[in-house]
Design a protein around this ligand. Structure first.
Ligand SMILES: *Cc1c(COP(=O)(O)O)cnc(C)c1O
Length: 400
């Protein structure tokens, strides 16, 4: 037998392991010092009360023979109507009309971002931004696809425009992890135009769309004309509603998305009904409460909490004259390391001199070198204290 040798081409991901090891070594050597993590890439606020109530009710349903549920309905790839209807409602409020059959429920965006590749040939060329969420790259290395990079840098505000080369599959994440940058309508339209011209398909990662406050920014790629003919949108309740542990997301494969005379919606439905058996009833009922009127009000409270942290860090960087993207419309701030310091040297200095931890940008791709990611997912108290320390740290930075 033969293994899939493409797995041997994967680079080990040292980023978060090294950050964790350096943090552990420092706190062990200096147990009296409180180190604050502005590196948290996971939500920390508890679920909204309406979600908890809906999940409790769902558990009770499972306890009685009259209301018990087994596998979900197969005509919708195991999705319950209440959840599908609530998602259609959320799209309608963004001005996007979708049919139920265009929606697929998942156990999160990460799974679908990887699994969607099943319906595309390994002969396709893939275009990913650099810096990048590592999932886009590694899933394609595993399948042996050729990968091109779109340079995201200071010059283009970390929002790369379409390239001159031809690509077949394009990943876009907006608002972006790690850079926090978000495309406006014109920026996204350029990609939609490119994809239609090249007969390419965009995989649009909208995991952070609920962090967008600016009404001028699109929250769904389908707000751009023509996108239904060239884009799949992958969404998640993880960051929106604190579902990183609960697990639920949704993916839109429009009916209008046809390649080689074949409906990608049909291909994806066939793939899912073969390799997937749905998301738990309890998770689906919890998710269905998120986009209710009361649910949206409650999740916005949590999002506002993170937003305040982000704005506090942004104000601190503004005060220190440190350039950055994100912080608005995103829980991430992507700052330039002062004095052309490289990402890991900056990490070490920040840990040792300010007792604050962040994530070195070089871990997200070559264009991340010299940059550093800070996140808004901590507590307000810790974020405030970290900002006080950052202000002092930056004021003394050049003197060392
Ligand atoms: C967190 C995150 C996701 C969400 O993944 P889930 O599997 O839904 O938890 C997707 N894309 C990006 C870029 C993320 O940062």
């Amino acid at each position: 037998m033969k293994i899939n040798r493409h797995f041997l081409e994967l680079k080990d991901s040292y980023l978060f392991a090294t950050v964790g090891a350096k943090y552990a070594a420092y706190t062990k050597a200096h147990p009296e010092r409180k180190v604050i993590k502005l590196s948290i890439g996971d939500v920390t606020r508890p679920l909204a009360p309406v979600v908890i109530e809906a999940m409790h009710r769902a558990v009770d349903d499972l306890s009685r023979v009259e209301t018990f549920r087994g596998y979900g309905p197969d005509q919708t790839c195991y999705a319950y109507d209440a959840l599908l209807d609530s998602i259609l409602g959320s799209y309608a409020r963004k001005g996007v009309t979708l049919e139920k059959g265009e929606l697929f429920i998942s156990d999160g965006a990460k799974s679908d971002l990887g699994n969607l590749l099943d319906i595309f040939s390994t002969e396709n060329t893939v275009l990913v931004p650099d810096p990048v969420y590592p999932v886009y790259v590694d899933t394609n290395i595993m399948a042996g696809r050729r990968i091109l990079y779109a340079d995201a840098n200071e010059k283009n505000g970390f929002l790369p425009p379409p390239p001159k080369e031809k690509a077949d599959l394009i990943y876009i994440c907006s608002p972006n992890n790690p850079t926090g940058a978000a495309y406006d309508r014109a920026g996204l339209k350029a990609w939609v135009d490119y994809a239609r011209r090249e007969n390419a398909v965009i995989l649009y990662d909208a995991a952070y769309e609920y962090f967008i406050d600016d009404k001028a920014l699109p929250r769904s790629i389908y707000e751009i004309e023509g996108a239904k003919e060239c884009a799949i949108e992958v969404c998640s309740y993880s960051k929106t509603a604190g579902f990183t542990g609960v697990r639920c997301g949704y993916t839109v494969v429009p009916e209008a998305l046809v390649r080689e005379g074949t409906s990608l919606n049909r291909l994806w439905a066939r793939r899912q009904s073969t390799k997937f058996n749905g998301v738990s009833y309890v998770s689906q009922m919890g998710a269905a409460a998120v986009f209710s009127e009361e649910g949206e009000r409650q999740i916005r409270e949590n999002l506002a909490y993170y937003r305040e942290n982000a704005l506090r860090i942004a104000a601190c960087l503004d005060g220190a004259g440190v350039p950055y993207t994100g912080g608005k419309n995103s829980p991430y701030l992507w700052m330039k390391c002062p004095g052309n310091t490289d990402s890991w040297t900056f990490f070490d200095r920040l840990l040792e001199e300010a007792n604050v931890v962040g994530t070195p940008g070089s871990g997200f791709g070559k264009n991340g070198e010299g940059y550093f990611r800070l996140t808004a997912f901590g507590t307000a108290e810790n974020t405030r204290e970290a900002c006080d320390r950052l202000a002092k740290f930056f004021a003394q930075y050049d003197r060392k």
